[in-house]
Write a protein that binds this ligand. Structure first.
Ligand code: PDD
Length: 284
C-alpha cells in the first residue's frame, strides 16, 4: 500500500507517527472518509471544502489548495489502483512536547491511504434495526474531529445489541444523528433531517441526498424533530459515505410503518448508481 504523508508518497511500513503527535495524544486533528467508485472520487470537492472548514475551526493553519491536496489524492488513487473503496485522510496539529495550548511551531501531519469499503448491500435491501442513545458528545459535532470516543462507545453499544446503528437524541424533542451517520425521516411525502448546525456533522451524503430530493421534487424540511416523530415516521433511514443509505425498519422494539424499506428511501438509494462520478454538489 502506498500512503500519502504530507506531500510525499511512502510505503505502508514507513507510515509511522511520532509519540508526541498531537493527533495521537489529544485527538487534536480532523479527518475525512471519501468514497471511490469506478476509480474516481465521489464528491471530492465537497470533502476538501469540509476538511478545510474543520481545520479552520480548530485553528490548524493548513491551506489544502496551496498544498495541492486534490492532485495528491488523485495520485494516491492511481498509485494504489483503487477501483472501488475509499480513502481515509487525517490531519493533526503535528508534533510538539505535550502541553494543552496550541504549539506555535508544529507542522501539521497529514496521512491519507486507501481503505476497503464494504457496501452494506443486504442491509440496504432488508432495512435494519437501530437503538436510541442519549447524545452525550460535545457541542461542536459540526467539526469532523479525530475525537470519536462518544461515537465509538455508542457504536459499540449498537453492536452489542445486534443493531446496525445507534441514533442520538439530546432530549426527547431533539433527535440529532447516528453515531456515524445522519438520520432522515419521511412523513407524508416530506423528507426531514436535522439542520446543519453544531449538533451534527453536515454529512456530504446528507447534502447529496438533499440535492437529489430537490431535483426529484421531494419536499425537504431541515428541522429538529422529536423521538415521537421518529417513531411515527412513514420511513426512516441513515446515511453516510460508506453506508450510502440504509433503511431503518425497527427502532429498538418498535417496527416502523410496515417494517419494510419505503419508496422514497429506495428511490434515493437508487440515485447513487447514477451519480457515481459526481465531483461536486451544485450548491455548497
Ligand atoms: N462518518 N455523522 C457522523 C457522526 C459521522 O461520523 C458521519 C460519517 C456522518 C456522515 O457524513 P458523510 O456523509 O460525510 O460520510 C454523519 C464517517 C464515514 C466515518 O467516520 O467513518
Amino acid at each position: 500500500m502506498i500512503v500519502l504523508k504530507n506531500n510525499t508518497f511512502i510505503e505502508r511500513k514507513e507510515a509511522t507517527i511520532d509519540m508526541e503527535d498531537r493527533g495521537f495524544q489529544f485527538g487534536d486533528g480532523v479527518y475525512e472518509v471519501i468514497r471511490v467508485y469506478n476509480g474516481e472520487y465521489f464528491l471530492l470537492e465537497d470533502h476538501i471544502k469540509r476538511l478545510q472548514y474543520s481545520l479552520n475551526e480548530i485553528g490548524i493553519t493548513y491551506d489544502l489548495e496551496e498544498n495541492g491536496l486534490r492532485d495528491d489524492l488523485i495520485e494516491l488513487l492511481e498509485a494504489n489502483e483503487v477501483e472501488d473503496g475509499g480513502i481515509y485522510l487525517q490531519v493533526s496539529r503535528g508534533i510538539a512536547p505535550r502541553a494543552h495550548p496550541y504549539p506555535s511551531d508544529a507542522q501539521p501531519t497529514l496521512f491519507a491511504y486507501p481503505i476497503h469499503v464494504v457496501k452494506p448491500v443486504a442491509e440496504q435491501g432488508t432495512g435494519v434495526q437501530v437503538i436510541l442513545e442519549e447524545d452525550f458528545r460535545w457541542l461542536r459535532c459540526d467539526i469532523k474531529s479525530l475525537n470519536l470516543l462518544g461515537n465509538v462507545m455508542t457504536k459499540q453499544k449498537a453492536k452489542e445489541n445486534g443493531a446496525f446503528e445507534a441514533i442520538f437524541y439530546r432530549n426527547e424533542d431533539h433527535v440529532t444523528e447516528g453515531s456515524s451517520t445522519n438520520v432522515f425521516v419521511v412523513k407524508d411525502g416530506t423528507l426531514y433531517t436535522h439542520p446543519a448546525d453544531n449538533y451534527i456533522l453536515n454529512g456530504i451524503t446528507r447534502r447529496y441526498i438533499l440535492h437529489v430530493a430537490e431535483e426529484t421534487n421531494v419536499p425537504v424540511e431541515e428541522t429538529v424533530f422529536s423521538l415521537d416523530f421518529l417513531h411515527e415516521a412513514d420511513e426512516v433511514f441513515v446515511a453516510s459515505t460508506t453506508a450510502e443509505i440504509v433503511p431503518v425498519v425497527q427502532i429498538e422494539n418498535e417496527v416502523i410503518a410496515n417494517g419494510k424499506p419505503g419508496d422514497v428511501t429506495k428511490q434515493l438509494l437508487q440515485s447513487f448508481a447514477k451519480h457515481q462520478s459526481l465531483e461536486t454538489l451544485p450548491v455548497n
